[in-house]
Design a protein around this ligand. Structure first.
Ligand code: PLP
Length: 395
């Protein structure tokens, strides 16, 4: 069977758990997407996305997963022969490069080791020694494959702007879970997704677009029709509608999820993510496991853990699913077979953390590791409550 009798606990780096309130928001009539009710929903959704991204720029929701939004950005703003620089921290940086290369855009990478991030000095030196070479810099803010948050993001963006480049940020696995200031940090194009730290179902993505990027790329003839972002903006300005049929139930759901984000408040939400990540890192390390990213780049939304050499991550993942109905992810690309990844975002709370940690420790014990389960889980609880202050109010 492809469904489960009981709700799974999704501790994946996306999709994440969706609250009943958000699910129920989808049980509404399919409405005319060319009528006033949809227009109201569309405008409301866009205004809320602007708040979450801290921007006054236009934000375009798309009926597509994050990859679709990346395709939209590449095909709207770049043409054959343009050259972009990607700060490469893992699979999702590489994939953006592949998308661009399919459109005959030239891609250079500044590579970091797995678990590390490119230093701002390296970016600065590279751009200084290659004046006028690039049209844009592309940065994955939270590299989901390695659990690395590019903490120097603001520095990268300043350097890129000093070199007069267009700035593109993939914030898909971090928006709603950590600091993100599109206008203040001068992000020309910011890409987000519904199914991660915003705790909505897949598949809506969204893109914020600055006036500057629109102005500077006027000469590009978009290579995609469905993913022509200029067309979405034209339609919005003229009719407050998207050019093609949207996934109406998913729009209801994301709108409701954004209400929850805004009523919690971004600052509280980020603090909750910090608390959760800290308690995961502390408990896992306390039990002798090693965290993949360098300490200063550890993500607050994706926890990437090295597995002891005698244990296969696929076994841990399978046993967690079979015994506990808890779902985590393995490594991607070169990290396959070496790490497991826990999504700690969206509606993450103490219950989810305790259940996940207890289950992981139990499985590791069954696989032969000597672990003091209760102590580690108790410490995780302590840390979470300490960071969150007076508790997470049962979320
Ligand atoms: C950083 C990042 N970029 C892009 C994607 C691709 O998004 P999607 O799977 O929604 O197409 C993901 C998905 O995990 C991601 O984490």
């Amino acid at each position: 069977v492809y469904y489960l009798e009981y709700d799974p606990l999704l501790m994946l780096p996306g999709p994440t758990n969706v609250s009943k309130e958000v699910y129920l928001a989808m049980i509404r009539p399919i409405i005319n997407h060319r009528g006033k009710h949809f227009r109201e929903l569309y405008v409301s959704l866009i205004e809320k996305l602007k708040k979450v991204l801290n921007t006054k720029n236009m934000v375009i929701p798309l009926t597509a997963s994050g990859t679709g939004a990346i395709e939209a950005v590449i095909s709207t703003f770049f043409k054959k022969g343009d050259r972009i620089l990607i700060l490469n921290h893992g699979i999702f940086g590489e994939r953006a490069g592949q998308i661009a290369q399919r459109k005959e855009i030239i891609v250079d990478y500044l590579n970091a080791k797995m678990g590390d991030a490119v230093s701002p000095e390296i970016l600065e030196n590279h751009l200084d020694s290659n004046p006028g070479k690039y049209k844009a810099v592309y940065i994955v803010y939270n590299e989901t494959s390695t659990g690395v948050t590019a903490r120097p993001l603001e520095s990268y963006l300043k350097i890129a702007k000093n070199h007069d480049l267009i700035t593109i940020v993939d914030a898909i696995s971090i928006v709603g879970g950590d600091f993100l200031y599109v206008d203040k940090w001068k992000i020309d194009v910011c890409i987000g997704g519904s199914q991660k730290a915003l705790a909505a179902p897949p598949v809506i993505s969204f893109v914020s677009v600055s006036d500057e990027v629109l102005e500077r790329t006027r000469d590009v003839n978009p290579s995609s029709l469905y993913f022509d972002l200029r067309n979405y903006i034209r339609w919005y300005e003229e009719r407050r509608e998207p050019p093609a049929t949207p996934a109406i139930p998913l729009f209801y759901a994301l709108d409701k999820a954004l209400d929850r984000v805004l009523s919690e408040g971004l600052a509280n939400r980020i603090q909750r993510h910090v608390a959760a990540a800290k308690s995961f890192y502390m408990a896992l390390e306390d039990c002798g496991l090693k965290i993949l990213p360098k300490r200063q780049y550890r993500s607050n939304t994706v926890i990437a853990v090295k597995t002891p050499s005698n244990i296969k991550p696929s076994e841990i993942i399978r046993m967690l699913a079979d015994y506990y109905n808890i779902h985590i992810a393995g490594g991607l690309g070169g990290l396959k077979g070496k790490i497991f990844r826990i999504g700690s975002m969206g509606d993450i709370n103490l219950q989810f953390i305790i259940r996940t940690l207890y289950a992981i420790f139990d499985i590791l014990k069954r696989l032969g590791l000597d672990i003091k389960t209760y102590e580690a889980v108790a410490k995780a609880t302590e840390i979470y409550n300490e960071v969150i202050g007076n508790g997470d109010k049962g979320r």
